[in-house]
Design a binder for this molecule. Structure first.
Ligand code: ADP
Ligand code: MG
Length: 260
């Protein structure tokens, strides 16, 4: 065999090895989803069931401390329940994604607003968008992405009613989508860590949350070939930006949603 033939074989072997590794890690992720959904949820349900029984029978009948401890246990059980649900969702970003289809981000925006109807009206928030592009991807994931970012903008609001704007800017190779708010803002020291799993700026904050929302956003953006980051100062509002590639060539015309 010639030298170049050897080289080809070597590259081929490398490709096969990395392919195998990728398949193995996908499988691991699916197994993880299974563990999260069944193996962790079942004992947690058991714990919460028995603590609820304790609460029902003994609340107010023993001493104040016991009441407090039971209450704290219930709170932690609830938090763990949402963490497991969020982890499960995170582990499914790759395994449950459909083939990329053209997605009108205006529709994804409308769909996310529909899901945020209650907090939008409770906070008397104004949420607006400029005309957004149509990009290739998973429609449910684009909706989830905007839902998480707008949901955060509502949750981390400042004293004034929230004003949230979604805008898009076309670059040479990619679109940059911005979600800006007039909320509490984020100290630059935290701009990287907030994208990590379970990381929050104020972990003991009264605002509920598990710290997975942005990790999920990052994973969605990355698997669509983009980047996500935040521009903000404390008390000055925050602007989350993400890029998505401009589709190459004309978009195929599918009426809506997923291809079959
Ligand atoms: N729009 C925002 N304004 C201010 N802080 C934010 C905003 N979005 C996210 N954060 C900060 O980033 C942290 C991580 O966000 P996220 O991953 O969505 O988790 P969660 O909302 O469950 O805490 C939040 O706890 C909050 O401290
Ligand atoms: Mg969040």
């Amino acid at each position: 065999m010639s030298h170049s033939g050897d080289h080809c074989q070597e590259l081929y072997d490398q490709l096969e090895a990395s392919n195998r590794a990728l398949k193995a890690s996908n499988l691991e992720l699916q197994q993880f989803a299974y563990v999260a959904s069944h193996d962790l949820q079942a004992p947690l349900r058991h714990i919460s069931g028995f603590v609820e029984l304790l609460a029902r029978r003994y609340q107010g009948k023993t001493d104040e401390k016991a009441d407090l401890w039971i209450g704290e246990t219930l709170k932690s059980v609830e938090l763990m329940r949402s963490m497991i649900a969020d982890l499960l969702e995170y582990s499914r970003v790759d395994s449950q994604a459909g083939d990329p289809v053209p997605v009108d981000l205006n529709s994804a925006f409308e769909a996310s607003l529909l899901r945020l109807k209650a907090p939008i009206s409770e906070n008397q928030a104004s949420v607006t968008s400029e005309s957004l592009p149509t990009l290739m991807g998973d429609p449910a994931q684009f909706t989830q992405l905007l839902h998480n970012l707008i949901g955060n903008a509502l949750k981390y609001r400042g004293p004034a009613p929230p004003e949230i704007k979604v805008t898009a800017e076309k670059g040479e190779r990619e679109w940059t989508i911005s979600v800006s708010d007039n909320g509490i803002g984020i100290d630059p020291a935290y701009h990287r860590t907030i994208f990590l799993m379970f990381e929050r700026v104020y972990s003991s904050s009264k605002l509920p949350g598990t710290g997975i929302g942005l990790t999920l956003c990052q994973r969605i953006v990355q698997r669509h070939g983009g980047r996500i980051w935040v521009e903000s100062e404390k008390d000055e509002g925050a602007t989350f930006k993400f890029t998505l590639p401009i589709p190459s060539g004309p978009l195929p015309h599918w009426p809506t949603g997923k291809s079959t």
